[in-house]
Design a protein around this ligand. Structure first.
Ligand code: ATP
Ligand code: MG
Ligand code: FE
Length: 346
């Protein structure tokens, strides 16, 4: 059967199409994304009203492009999945309203699903079914969590999370300090390639013996970078952007991979999935590859295009929810901006 996925939780209007096969595997057919990121760039962050309006304008054309690229008709759709949260309320509402309209017009079931679970589910499009259990390190613009996934459609349990900033948020704030554009992940990743990751010893938050084992903290790291940059400027010296970027990136990758590998080892879980926008980071995946190999853990990281927000991840999760036999959502379905990751579908 064919599942259509609609994503509007932040600043990407995503429409994905997947095929759910009888053996439970899910195949990617289309993944179209329209981003309003450039409209937000000059504000240094997403402006909710601007995002909602952009979703309204982009929805119909993005749907059209998805069907064109898959060579399918709207009438081929067997179910519609849509992000109901977490995310920006006004942005989510645009996707939910659109998905309801498509489901009603096509007379097919509607499934409201969780954006964060979608970030994990997308990996099945690339690497096949997830083993049960597996561990997921979800690192995105708004979230940083370690999750035990017993079943992608029904059982996800948080075992650790950030106590302050998300990893992506730290990237965005540090990029701003260094005069790099928003969103900060890609330009820091690029600048770091010509820098020395050992140049500056930035702190590794929450790694002391008395810190909660699987929680994270990135606000101290961000402050340390700010102080270092200020001190350099106050001496009248030029800030070595590449070295700061590389050293910051190393600190983030070090903490994330150390805790994820430790969590997998201690809970006897053999597979780690890293997903969310920050999973697109080249150093994070390289260090994770090295440390997982040393620990005998299988590592799965979706390709960068699938790590950041898209509709294919919502279609993929919708397919797993359908395959699991979950009940469809009611037609009075509403968005939940604070939906916890444990609620996979509504
Ligand atoms: P959430 O999923 O928590 O609701 P979001 O959807 O806004 O938040 P994503 O689209 O999953 O977040 O990820 C966006 C974040 O990923 C941004 O903070 C961005 O800087 C970061 N990011 C993107 N590419 C990279 C990269 N190569 N290296 C590091 N960070 C990156
Ligand atoms: Mg985005
Ligand atoms: Fe996201």
């Amino acid at each position: 059967s064919i599942i259509m996925g609609v994503e509007t939780s932040c600043d990407e209007t995503g429409v994905g199409l997947v095929r759910l096969h009888d053996d439970g595997t899910v195949e990617l057919l289309a993944d179209e994304v329209a981003s309003s990121v450039e409209e937000h760039a000059r504000f240094g962050g997403v402006v909710p009203e601007v995002a909602s309006r952009a979703h309204l304008e982009a929805m119909a054309p993005t749907v059209r492009r998805a069907f064109e690229s898959a060579g399918l008709e709207l009438s081929d759709v067997d179910a519609v999945a849509v992000t109901v949260g977490p995310g920006l309320a006004g942005a989510l509402l645009v996707g939910v309203a659109a998905a309801k309209a498509y489901a009603a017009a096509l007379d097919v079931p509607l499934y409201g699903v969780n954006h964060l679970a979608g970030h994990i589910a997308v990996d099945t499009l690339e690497h096949g079914p997830l083993p049960s259990p597996c561990l997921a390190l979800l690192v995105s613009g708004g979230h940083t969590q370690l999750l035990r996934v017993d079943h992608i459609a029904s059982k996800i349990t948080e075992i650790g999370s950030t106590v302050d900033d998300a990893a992506g948020e730290a990237y965005d704030k540090v990029a701003r300090l260094l005069g790099l554009p928003y969103p900060g992940g890609p330009p820091i990743d690029k600048a770091a390639k010509s820098g020395d990751a050992q140049a500056i010893a930035f702190p590794r938050g929450m790694t002391g013996p008395r810190d909660a084992k699987f929680d994270f903290s990135f606000s101290g790291l961000k402050t340390a970078v700010a102080r270092w940059v200020e001190a350099t400027e106050s001496r009248g010296e030029q800030v070595p952007v590449a070295d700061v970027a590389a050293s910051f990136q190393e600190a983030v990758a070090d903490v994330l991979t150390a805790k994820a590998v430790r969590a997998a080892t201690e809970s006897g879980i053999g597979t780690l999935v890293i997903s969310g926008g920050v999973a697109a980071n080249s150093r994070l995946s390289a260090l994770a590859r090295q440390r997982c190999a040393e620990a005998g853990i299988e590592l799965r990281v979706p390709r960068p295009r699938l790590c950041t927000d898209n509709g294919a991840m919502i279609a993929a999760l919708g397919a797993h929810v359908v395959a699991a036999g979950c009940a469809p959502s009611a037609m009075d379905l509403s968005a939940n901006p604070a939906l916890p990751v444990s609620t996979v579908s509504l």
